[in-house]
Design a protein around this ligand. Sequence first.
Ligand SMILES: NC(=O)c1ccc[n+]([C@@H]2O[C@H](COP(=O)([O-])OP(=O)(O)OC[C@H]3O[C@@H](n4cnc5c(N)ncnc54)[C@H](O)[C@@H]3O)[C@@H](O)[C@H]2O)c1
Length: 325
Amino acid sequence: MAVMVTGGAGYIGAHVVRLLRERGDDLVVVDDLSTGEMGRVGDVPLVRFDLADGSTVDPLAAAMRDHRVGAVIHIAAKKQVGESAARPAWYYEQNVGGTAHLLQAMESAGVDQLMFSSSAATYGLPDLPPGSLIDEEATPRPISPYGETKLVAEWMSRAAGRAWGLRTVNLRYFNVAGAGWDDLGDPGVFNLIPIVLGQLIAGDQPKIFGDDYETPDGTCIRDYVHVLDLAQAHLAALDYLDRDTRPYDVFNVGTGAGASVRDVLDQVASSTGLTVDPEVVERRPGDPAQLVADVRRIEQTLGWKAEHDLAPIVDSAWSAWRAGR
Ligand SMILES: NC(=O)c1ccc[n+]([C@@H]2O[C@H](COP(=O)([O-])OP(=O)(O)OC[C@H]3O[C@@H](n4cnc5c(N)ncnc54)[C@H](O)[C@@H]3O)[C@@H](O)[C@H]2O)c1
C-alpha cells in the first residue's frame, strides 16, 4: 500500500518524503504548490490539488484508489500566525476546509489511517508554573486563528474516528528548524532562526522582544526540534498506525529541552562566525515566557526521541542557507 503525503513539496513535507523514499515506501504527494516547490519531491508522483477546493474531493478519492493508498500524512496547511490574524476566514477555509475535504475523500476511498501535522500553537498561553514542561493533557487554548484551525482539525479527525473508524495520530510540532539536506532548507523567513540569518546577511541586527521574562536569562524559551528528527517521528507514527488499533492519539514532538532567544543568537554567532549584537525592545503581546514539550508520551509510545540539539540545528540551517536553501 502507498502513503499519500499532502504538503510533500513544502519544507517539512519534503523531509518526510525523502526519508520515506529512502526506506522504500510507495508514495504519492498532493500539493497545490502555493508555498511548496515541485523540485523538492524528486521522482515521487505529485498530484496538484488545492485541498481547500471542495470540488477536489472526488478526484482526490480517485487518486487514493489509483495509487492504492493505505495511509495519509496530512502536512499541507497555511502556517503564518500573523497572516491568520489578518485573514481568519481564509485560514479556516484553507486549514479546516482542506482537512474536511481530505477526510471526505479518505472515507469515500476507504483509507482509515491518518497522521496529522498539528502544532504547539494549539496550547496558546499555557497556565503553568514557571519552568514547567507542557504535556498533551494540558487544556488547549489557542490564541491565534492559525492555532484554532489546527485544534479544529484535530477534533474533526477524532469525530471521524467515532463516525467511520478513522484512526489518527496527531503530532503537535514545537519549533521546527534546521535542514536534513542542503537543498531542503526552510524557504520561509517566519521562524526565529531563518529570520535572524536573513537579518544578518542583510547587514541588520536582530531584535529581542523582551528580556524581563521569568526565565534564567530573561528572554523567551522555546523547544527547537531538528526537521530531520521531526521527519523521523512521522515514520514512527506511520508504523504505530499500522500496528495499533487505537482510534486517536496526540503526541508532542520536541526535544524536552528549551533554548532561550539569547541561546539561539549565541549559537547563530558561533555557527556563522558573524557578529550578533541584538537590540532589546518591548515584549510582543501573546508570547508565553516558555513553551517546551514534555516528550515522555512519544518516547514511551512511539519509541521516538530527538537526536539533535541546538548546534546541529543552526549549523544545518546555515549550511542550507549558504547553499541557496
Ligand atoms: N514550520 C514549523 O515550525 C511548524 C510548526 C508547527 C506545525 N507546523 C505545520 O507543519 C506543516 C508544514 O509546515 P511547513 O513549515 O513545511 O510549511 P510549508 O509552507 O513549507 O509547507 C506547506 C505545504 O503545503 C502545501 N499547501 C498549502 N496549502 C495547500 C492546499 N490548500 N492544498 C494543497 N497543498 C497546500 C504548500 O504548497 C506546501 O508545499 C503545516 O501544517 C504547519 O502548520 C509547522
